[in-house]
Design a protein around this ligand. Structure first.
Ligand SMILES: Nc1ncnc2c1ncn2[C@@H]1O[C@H](COP(=O)(O)OP(=O)(O)OP(=O)(O)O)[C@@H](O)[C@H]1O
Ligand SMILES: [Mg+2]
Length: 572
């Protein structure tokens, strides 16, 4: 509990809306006092004093005061609801922004450890629930439920202390029962969430990997897996509903005992002349209100426990280690030289994926990384882009440790062309402009002219405004690759990385891509990962990699003359 309060306070600090919460608190306390004490006092004054004394003036004056306070009370309730929903949306927006920004700066390991279903659930569901928890649940539970319950309990004590204490004991029992059942429901809710994430991932896999699943003929297997998950989802939900029903009945029984206590003990007092008859009615009325406020508190306590899980997840996530200097650090004007000096790296603790790796690359030089699958080629690029950092050794840019520079500037200077093209939602122009919003349409057209795709694009019905996310098949794989090249050409990069861009392409597509490579690499530092000889032959330096190490290095003719593993690889 202490830990929970600490976390909530911490998040309140992060949310930065203390002032609004204080105003909300004052409004709720104000309207509670109006509803509980002032308005009933006025009614009682009119019924008990003015009517028996036939005081018409008094009735008019108190009638007017009653209307004024009623209007104030309505206004405060309205204001409270309004403020709460505005706050809720604001906090959700802020949290989403914070989480999203964190996702940009967080160590890439997070994405290795969590699949897409978990991340989407996190950005959508968890952020919504955590936002709700602050504005809605905590305000309703603490400000409304607890405060109003306390005010009622105090008034009740003034009527009869002993009976009030007896009723409070019942509520304590009710609370303990609630805690017990809450634990059970939280476990079930957690399980439902987990299954939900798995269902989400399965459906995602079914949609994204539709063709692969079909080709591999594993539709039935996938359907069976999904059915099992859906069954588990249903049974756990049923269990949850049963648990909630048992709890609701048990709780209602315990709380209803308070009426019996009042009637019995207060009745005895009335019979013995120690209490006025009207006071029994007052006790029953107040205990009814206590009941209402307590149920209100408990209802929000369940919601609170649900959203607290999301909230803790977000808090833990926001505290995860960042890669340093995403925007801070020294300015990087231009990359003139890249140096790997005895670099070691592992993705996991089990295995070293890169071992004692060293090379230097200067302006206008081309480096090829060659090696069988899994030898660590892409890992070298991951390290250079600082998606990961070396465990040992140094990577230097212009002679300085690259950790000194801001990551965003480093990445802006590196153009990374991959085999797969990631198409964002929108037109051909949008897909280029998202890497450089300042670029003109004319410049984009010039780029596509160089990439020999302009003629094809202008023949499309909407030309450059064709939405390629809706019609992805309008462009072939090789043509889609041109989007990758165009993006790199739209930004002024110093280093160009080409990762397997020519593998798995048709003959025509290869011609197109080879032309694009020529265009994009002019005057740059280039790193090429390729299987095809045509792309690596002209490189200044070739590093042959095996199990994360360099086993041979030199230019093409040197390595061929050596008649070593490179020679074998080329001739295999
Ligand atoms: N995110 C990751 N988490 C854990 N291990 C990884 C991760 N990415 C790659 N590896 C492992 O690191 C090693 C090198 O992988 P890498 O992707 O660099 O190879 P590659 O030479 O690019 O292979 P390919 O030619 O198939 O693209 C492999 O053993 C791979 O299983
Ligand atoms: Mg690779």
């Amino acid at each position: 509990m202490k830990n929970k309060i600490k976390q909530i306070i911490e998040m309140y600090k992060i949310s930065g809306y203390h002032k609004q919460f204080i105003i909300l608190f004052i409004i709720i306390v104000g309207s509670a006092i109006l509803d509980i004490k002032i308005i009933p006092y006025i009614t009682r004054q009119m019924i008990d004093v003015d009517i028996p004394q036939q005081n018409i003036n008094g009735l008019i004056i108190f009638g007017c005061i009653y209307i004024i306070f009623l209007i104030i009370s309505c206004y405060l309730t309205l204001k409270h609801c309004n403020m709460r929903s505005i706050l809720e949306r604001k906090i959700q927006k802020d949290l989403r922004e914070k989480v999203f920004n964190k996702m940009q700066s967080i160590k890439t390991k997070f994405y290795d450890e969590n699949d897409i279903g978990v991340i989407l659930q996190f950005l959508q569901g968890d952020v919504n629930d955590a936002g709700k928890m602050f504005a809605d649940v905590v305000t309703e539970m603490v400000f409304m439920g607890i405060i109003r319950f306390t005010i009622y309990a105090i008034f009740l004590m003034f009527v009869d202390l002993k009976i009030t204490l007896a009723i409070l004991v019942l509520y304590i029992v009710g609370y303990l029962v609630t805690i017990y059942f809450n634990k059970k429901t939280i476990n079930l809710i957690n399980k439902i969430r987990q299954v939900n994430i798995e269902i989400y991932s399965k459906v995602n896999e079914g949609v994204q990997g539709f063709l692969t699943i079909k080709i591999l003929n594993i539709i039935q297997k996938k359907e069976k897996e999904l059915k099992e998950l859906l069954d588990e989802y249903e049974t756990t939900n049923n269990k949850l509903e049963r648990t909630i029903a048992i709890y609701n009945n048990l709780f209602a029984f315990i709380v209803s005992l308070s009426t019996v206590i009042i009637i019995f003990f207060a009745g005895l007092k009335v019979i013995n002349g120690f209490m006025a008859y009207v006071e029994i009615m007052l006790l029953i009325e107040f205990s009814g209100s206590l009941d209402f406020e307590f149920k209100w508190f408990i209802k929000h306590l369940t919601d609170f426990n649900k959203s607290f899980i999301s909230f803790s997840k977000i808090l833990r996530f926001l505290k995860l280690d960042d890669i340093e200097n995403i925007d801070g650090g020294e300015n990087l004007e231009q990359i003139n030289c890249i140096e790997f000096s005895n670099v070691y790296f592992s993705y996991t603790n089990n295995e070293k994926n890169i071992k004692n790796f060293s090379f230097t690359l200067k302006q206008n030089e081309k480096l090829a990384l060659v090696g069988r699958t899994g030898s660590g080629k892409t890992t070298i690029i991951n390290l250079l882009c600082r998606f990961y950092e070396p465990a040992k050794g140094k990577i230097k840019i212009n002679g300085k440790d690259y950790k000194k520079y801001s990551i965003s500037q480093l990445r802006k200077k590196i153009g990374y062309v991959m085999q797969d093209t990631y198409i964002i939602d929108g037109t051909i122009l949008d897909n280029i402009k998202y890497v450089n919003s300042a670029i003109t349409d004319e410049k984009i057209q010039n780029i596509f002219k160089k990439l020999k795709l302009h003629e094809k694009i202008i023949k499309l019905k909407d030309g450059y405004n064709t939405n390629i996310s809706i019609n992805p098949d309008i462009l072939s794989t090789g043509e889609k690759q041109m989007i990758n090249f165009a993006r790199v050409m739209a930004v002024n990069c110093d280093v160009i990385i080409l990762d397997e861009v020519t593998s798995a392409l048709s003959y025509e597509a290869e011609i197109l891509v080879n032309n694009a490579i020529k265009e994009v690499t002019k005057g740059k530092i280039v790193i090429i990962i390729a299987h095809r000889l045509s792309t690596i032959k002209n490189c200044d330096k070739i590093l042959l990699m095996k199990e994360g190490k360099i086993i041979e290095e030199g230019n093409h003719s040197e390595l061929i003359n050596k008649q070593g593993e490179y020679y074998e690889l080329v001739n295999s």
